[in-house]
Write a protein that binds this ligand. Structure first.
Ligand code: PLP
Length: 453
């Protein structure tokens, strides 16, 4: 019988996260205080995050121990299986072996609990009672709601309006785990009210929802803010995915030629990719490809610049690929990929040539996702469909070149709560949405006079 899955035993779960900051050949630019233009220090961040997470954010240690309490929760779904997509391979009829990490296997249905659980844990041990956050498609909001319940914290989630309407079941998941879910822009915060005054029908964006959640956290007692992507510590928590994949591939004597993932803020892609970027830094010949939507082409069309992480300019200035903090992407169904910026670590690695970005529109992505569902069975999240579109492209290239390739990618989540988007695709109602250059030029005016990295 042909092998489909590679498992790790529970006692083979990695006991440490990998911090790529220790291995970067060139140092990253620091985040800047927007008022002073100086690098932000841990104290600047302390009203927003607990100090134990701030320490992780700036740590230069290569390996960080995963606390026992976090490992105990991880074991509910980790180690996640590594699958070989033999049926999809047959459909593509290309000289490729395709492996994927199944992160849809977690209770919330995506990779997001890998950081939600440690973030809730570190806030709890720091004495915080309540977390506020934003969510795009609702994957992050539901993951944090679950994690807060595990550690007995209150949780409020600002959910981007367009996804709040498209994906009511994610809101119900958050409520089931005991969290509050508010459509953003909302009337609960100054930032939300300011947007609504100008655009009463605003579809919202991650940038707006982040402003609301940060404002909420700093105006409530014993509260902190929690971010589901972009930051260094979030990416580091996700490296458990790639570390497990390395052990699993080793068990079957394989090593990838190409590692792929979709990228919104960059965390799931980082999770699978960063342990392999480490190998690449040490000389391995391997391609590492991040897939983003053509409607929000941050890495493929944006400049590398200092910009705010949110619309209301409440975050530090981050060195990253960006489309400008006031850019509101088209309402594509992959809500988790609608972010104007990209994680500074991923941005740095793109700039230094370790990572190659590619953009895919939502039509080709859904087509890939439907073919996946019809061969492999599992229905992917619309975000994950972008990674599958990248896998298809890579397989077709291998076929043209007549080259055998091993492809590894991160199957970041299932789409069982996103079925309305599949219905829209199947009934021909979806637009491909390419972002016009004129709109990028307009949005980038907002950061024209910012410091240059
Ligand atoms: C299933 C899934 N994949 C990918 C992403 C993109 O986020 P990130 O780039 O942080 O992994 C999201 C975000 O919500 C998601 O829900």
């Amino acid at each position: 019988m042909e092998q489909i899955k590679v498992f790790l035993n529970e006692d083979e779960i990695p006991m440490q996260w990998y911090n790529i900051q220790a291995d970067l050949p060139t140092p990253m630019k620091p985040p800047l205080h927007p008022g002073t233009g100086q690098p932000v220090g841990p104290d600047d961040l302390s009203p927003i995050f607990p100090m134990n997470l701030i320490e992780q954010e700036v740590s230069q240690e290569r390996w960080i121990d995963i606390p026992e309490e976090v490992l105990a929760k991880y074991l509910l779904w980790r180690p996640s299986p590594l699958f070989r997509a033999r049926n999809f391979e047959k459909l593509l009829d290309a000289p490729v072996r395709i492996y994927y990490k199944h992160e849809g296997y977690s209770p919330a249905g995506s990779h997001k609990p890998n950081t939600a659980v440690p973030q809730a844990y570190y806030n709890k041990v720091f004495g915080i009672k309540r977390l506020a956050t934003e969510t795009g498609a609702g994957q992050w909001g539901s993951a944090l709601s679950m994690a807060c319940r595990m550690f007995d914290l209150e949780c409020r989630v600002y959910m981007v309006r367009v996804s709040y309407d498209q994906k009511p079941y994610r809101r119900m998941m958050m409520n089931t785990w005991g969290a509050e879910c508010i459509a953003s822009p909302s009337t609960l915060t100054e930032s939300g009210r300011a947007v609504l005054a100008e655009h009463p029908d605003s579809p919202g964006s991650l940038g707006i929802a982040i402003s609301e959640a940060v404002e909420d956290a700093v105006t409530h007692e014993n509260s902190r803010y929690s971010l589901g992507s972009v930051l260094n510590h979030v990416l580091m928590h996700q490296t458990i995915i790639g570390l497990e994949a390395q052990k699993q591939l080793e068990k079957i004597g394989e090593y990838p030629d190409v590692v792929m993932g979709c990228a919104g803020g960059g965390s799931n892609f980082a999770g699978i990719a960063l342990p392999f970027v480490r190998d690449k830094i040490h000389g391995k010949n391997i391609s590492i490809v991040g897939a983003e939507p053509t409607s929000c082409p941050t890495m493929t069309k944006g400049p590398f610049a200092y910009d705010f992480g949110d619309l209301a300019k409440k975050t530090p200035l981050l060195p990253m690929y960006t489309l400008g903090h006031d850019f509101i992407p088209a309402p594509i169904h992959a809500g988790g990929l609608r972010y104007h910026g990209m994680a500074p670590i991923i941005s740095h690695l793109v700039k230094e040539g370790f990572i190659e970005p590619r953009a895919f529109n939502q039509i080709e992505s859904f087509e890939a996702g439907i073919n996946w569902a019809r061969t492999e069975g599992f229905i992917p999240a619309p975000e994950t469909d972008h990674a599958i579109a990248a896998v298809v492209q890579e397989a077709m290239r291998a076929k043209e070149e007549g080259k055998e390739k091993v492809i590894l990618f991160n199957w970041s989540g299932h789409g069982l709560v996103d079925l309305a988007s599949y219905e829209a695709y199947l009934s021909g109602k979806l637009q491909p949405y390419e972002m016009p250059d004129s709109e990028i030029e307009r949005a980038l005016k907002a950061i024209e006079n910012f410091p240059k990295p």
